[in-house]
Write a protein that binds this ligand. Structure first.
Ligand SMILES: *Cc1c(COP(=O)(O)O)cnc(C)c1O
Length: 392
């Protein structure tokens, strides 16, 4: 893209036509479902391009449009659509690019609802799939069939952080007429831009870093103009999982501080990971920006940072001890999701002994942490208290 806009310009000015709304600094929430026309000519003209004219808020709303422009620029994409959730965005990108009889290759252990989308939902429409260990491009190549049309990547994933070589995947896909989609939620556009490596479609759960305040569920799809137009005309307009103008306004506000927030999470996570890696009660830490991470060389080639998400295996052999460690923590909230201001923990022992369900396939001593915006030393004190209790 020529004259790539700078990050500062994107976050502070891009898409904000202030002279259209009293030079207000913050864009108004255009809380209107429909838009009126003075003449039939203008009305007819608008219908020739519903994505870029204001007819109805399911298609295009001015507040939502500001957010779309900023996100497209952040991902080095020509255009962007936003959805009412990350899974709506990912599902639109995937469903919009397959038809009955097609085959999809997907990395193993993707986000849980992507797994269900392939195994339960698209299965009903005669779309086949193969899950592969995407750390080795040869596994992806070997899974290709004559009817393979789509490759789904998630790099890194959000529990154990396996990565794919994005350039190798894009090159292979392009030479075989396969469309590539990546879930880029872990890195956010601040730390990784898959389009620069040749990936076709970049999707996000904007619920995580992009909104960043744990108060909106939102999804993002970034791609070429033609791809966005295609997804707009079918999945967005037909299924209609749109983001409201009100939520778009909140996400614009959250986005303003994306670099500050994710960099702070990254810096704190680096400190906490270094503390954990030398701790005798820790068996293993999984963090893409740790030198101990098996794919560290690849990670630093395609990512500029890793943010606040990592996992740790506690050195205990009884589930009771993992539970005790968790119950000692006071400064991490037990909750799903991540990317907000608050630090979180998911102890995988919580997925054991659930009535009527099989135990997790992940070990009970695994903990996934998200480091928010708190002082890392204050969080380390809490972890230290947890270790000292089980070490007695
Ligand atoms: C949360 C998440 C999603 C789903 O996003 P929602 O906004 O919750 O619908 C998809 N992929 C990853 C990696 C996620 O963490």
């Amino acid at each position: 893209m020529k004259n790539k806009p700078t990050l500062s310009h994107i976050l502070t000015h891009l898409g904000e036509e202030r002279d259209q709304y009293f030079n207000a600094i913050s864009p108004p929430i255009i809380q209107s479902s429909n838009f009126a026309y003075k003449t039939l000519d203008e009305f007819r003209n608008a219908f020739s391009d519903e994505l870029n004219n204001h007819i109805y808020t399911r298609g295009n709303n001015p507040t939502v449009k500001i957010l779309r422009q900023k996100l497209a620029a952040l991902e080095h994409a020509e255009d962007c659509l936003v959805f009412g959730s990350g899974i709506a965005a990912l599902a639109a990108a995937i469903v919009g690019n397959v038809k009955a009889g097609d085959h999809v290759i997907c990395v193993e252990a993707p986000y849980g609802w992507i797994q269900k989308l392939l195994t339960k939902y698209l299965h009903r429409f005669d779309v086949g799939h193969t899950f592969v260990d995407g750390r080795d491009i040869n596994n992806i190549k070997a899974a290709k069939k004559d009817n393979t049309t789509l490759l789904i990547l998630e790099s890194p994933n959000s529990i154990t952080f396996e990565c794919q070589d994005l350039k190798a995947c894009a090159d292979f896909a392009k030479s075989n007429n396969i469309i590539t989609v990546i879930d880029n939620s872990y890195a956010s556009p601040y730390f990784q831009n898959p389009i620069d490596f040749g990936i076709d479609i970049v999707a996000h759960s904007g619920t995580k870093y992009i909104n960043g305040h744990s108060d909106v569920v939102v999804g993002v799809v970034c791609a070429s103009k033609a791809m966005i137009q295609k997804i707009f005309e079918s999945e967005l307009m037909n299924i209609g999982a749109i983001l409201s103008p009100n939520d778009a306004s909140l996400v614009i506000r959250g986005l303003r501080t994306l670099p500050l927030r994710i960099q702070q999470s990254h810096d704190s996570a680096m400190k906490i990971v270094a503390y954990l890696e030398q701790h005798p009660m820790v068996e293993k830490v999984y963090y893409p920006f740790s030198k101990s991470f098996p794919q560290y060389d690849l990670v630093t080639k395609q990512m500029r940072g890793a943010g606040g998400l990592f996992s740790m295996k506690l050195k205990v052999d009884k589930i009771e001890l993992a539970e005790k460690f968790f119950h000692t923590l006071e400064r991490f909230l037990l909750a799903v999701s991540w990317g907000g201001h608050e630090s979180l923990v998911i102890p995988f022992c919580g997925f054991y002994n659930i009535l009527g369900q099989e135990d997790s396939s992940l070990p009970f001593n695994l903990f996934r942490f998200y480091i928010g915006l708190e002082d890392p030393e204050w969080l380390i004190e809490d972890l230290e208290r947890g270790f000292s209790v089980i070490n007695k």
